[in-house]
Design a binder for this molecule. Sequence first.
Ligand SMILES: [Zn+2]
Ligand SMILES: [Zn+2]
Ligand SMILES: [Zn+2]
Length: 257
Amino acid sequence: MMKITFLGTGTSQGVPIIGCECEVCRSIDFRDKRLRSSIHIETNDQKSLIIDSGPDFRQQVLRERITKLDGLIFTHQHKDHTAGMDDIRGFYFLNDMKPINLYGTEGVFNQLKQEFSYMFVEDKYPGVPSVELHEVRKNETFTIGDTTLSPVEVWHRKLAVMGYRINNFAYITDANKIEEDQMQKLQNLDVLVLNALQHKPHQSHFTLAEALDVIKILKPKKAYLTHISHRLGLHSEVEKSLPENVSLAYDGLSITL
Ligand SMILES: [Zn+2]
Ligand SMILES: [Zn+2]
Ligand SMILES: [Zn+2]
């Protein structure tokens, strides 16, 4: 059995947005409070994996009481998916100062080396975590413990982003286009997680209508939408408007498959 928990389901600024007075940002529904997008995966063989470490990483792992990290897997190098790297230190200590395994593309690693340069220098300050880099390449599956991950390359305007398929589950964020050969990898899913930002067209994210079109083509048994902006509307209202096999994800939602 695999357990997926949504650590965050918000777009880059999170919801609420600082200073915004809209009804979504003022909502008292806990499902309208969205930290930056990330998921936790507990695999069949009890490995603890996290996809993306945004600026809310520390708060998210404390909330879900995550006490080990066997792999931190990146979708792409944007800050709302990487900024939490400073806080992998806790897992490094819990892991007896063994390196933390990072999985990402060359582009992600180049960015991490710049932005977290203190982790990559020869003579590190005491307590700075060690990391081991595992490069992810399009169309090359890789394994963590007993789990096979299949990268699915999607487009985020002009940036290639990796989605991941594990068995009959797939997680795709920050996409506005998926090419046909990669769509093939997303057939016969039990659960698809897909990004849907807002209603208005956007240069690098699927709108709600575009996400629903992709879901219609792929026909997963169930789809959850994530990376949501305050502009999408109130969770309770949007949820009512969705097809039966589609739901908005929310922070803290867990699914087992
Ligand atoms: Zn993002
Ligand atoms: Zn707002
Ligand atoms: Zn992005």
